[in-house]
Design a protein around this ligand. Structure first.
Ligand code: PEP
Ligand code: MN
Length: 347
């Protein structure tokens, strides 16, 4: 429910409304605009007649129900686009944030070579998996804590903030010690204990779309994180399961303009996992930028043929540089620019 206060409302009027909400077990989120205060109301049970009572208050201008099942993530709740701050720049708005790096952190040399290369080509965030969610239990599971330490060392070297996946609620505090952005992978989009746990942190969360999740289910997952108090959610479309076998997943480009209508959260696109094949990564990335995405996340490896995971979809450093060059005219056309991380900007 959204309560819009009149322009003439005083602080005491606002406190009165908030007090009444608390009395019936509801919580209030205030957003003070230049002209008037808007109170968002969250709770599981709205007592009968509450709306009428609120509407009868002199200082209240209007009371509207949020019709969507997700509340905090909806445009009804917040109409202006959310920009998520990461290390001195924002994901969203006029920025186009490119996150790039290997699927898995494999060694210091592999990570540092990739980090330096993608930075030189214009990436703003370094990606790399330390805890890997592999389909086969016999496949490489990631370097774990050692991988996190290497990511932190690469951040020191390059000034790029780091995004990495967290698989389990019990590992959130460990990963949050090292990461600038916590990634929730596609297989965990509806791992509710994990969503609640990252919702208790103050780190930005990169929430990938579930393999077979509808947009509404995805936004409900974002709502879990936000309901815990963490509003710094970045959505990531990474392709969904369809009958098509020519590609690893089907990239749902229409999800981007749909999300722009339904939610204020920024949305980036992972064309690597959508494509599964190197030659598709660039055309899909250009399309994602053209259709209104707020950024990309791309897998890059110095020698993809020797990669311990996702080599066939990983770009070489040269491929990635070519992609970034081709992106420029599209970014100019859509009025976006590549942000520079804080450390680098001041260097
Ligand atoms: C990844 O980013 O390496 C990954 C495993 O992605 P997804 O969860 O989208 O499959
Ligand atoms: Mn991967």
């Amino acid at each position: 429910m959204i309560i819009v206060m009149r322009t003439a409302a005083q602080q005491a009027d606002i406190e009165d409304v908030v007090g009444r909400l608390k009395q019936v077990g509801l919580s209030a989120h205030l957003s003070g605009g230049e002209e008037r205060t808007v109170i968002g109301v969250i709770g599981t049970h709205f007592p009968e007649g509450l709306r009428d009572h609120l509407e009868a208050i002199e200082a209240v201008e209007s009371v509207t129900r949020i019709t969507r099942p997700y509340k905090l993530a909806s445009r009804e709740w917040k109409d202006s686009q959310t920009e998520v701050k990461v290390d001195g720049f924002w994901v969203g708005g006029s920025n186009f944030v490119v996150m790039a790096g290997p699927c898995s952190v494999e060694s210091k040399e592999q990570l540092f070579t990739t980090a330096r290369g993608v930075r030189a080509s214009g990436a703003s965030v370094l990606r790399g998996g330390a805890f890997k969610p592999r389909t086969s239990p016999y496949a490489f599971q990631g370097l774990g804590r050692e991988g996190l330490e290497l990511l932190a060392a690469a951040r020191e070297q390059t000034g790029m903030p780091v995004v990495t996946e967290v698989l389990e609620p019990g590992e959130v505090s460990l990963v949050a010690e090292y990461a600038d952005i916590l990634q929730i992978g596609t297989r965990n989009m509806q791992n509710f204990p994990l969503l609640k746990e990252v919702g208790r942190t103050d780190k930005p969360v990169l929430l990938k779309r579930g393999l077979s999740a509808t947009i509404e289910e995805w936004l409900m997952a974002a709502e879990y994180v936000m309901a815990g108090g963490n509003f710094r959610v970045i959505l990531c479309e990474r392709g969904i399961r369809t009958f098509e076998t020519a590609v690893r997943n089907t990239l749902d480009l229409s999800a981007i303009p749909v999300l722009k209508r339904l939610t204020h959260l920024p949305v980036i696109v992972d064309t690597s996992h959508a494509a599964g094949k190197r030659y598709l990564v660039k055309p899909l990335a250009l399309a994602a930028a053209a259709v209104g995405a707020d950024g990309l996340i791309i897998e890059v490896h110095p020698t993809p043929d020797t990669a311990m995971s996702d080599g066939p979809q990983s770009l070489t450093l040269e491929d990635f540089d070519d992609l970034m060059g081709s992106l420029q005219p599209i970014l100019s056309a859509v009025g976006r620019t590549l942000p520079v991380p804080a450390v680098l900007a001041s260097a």
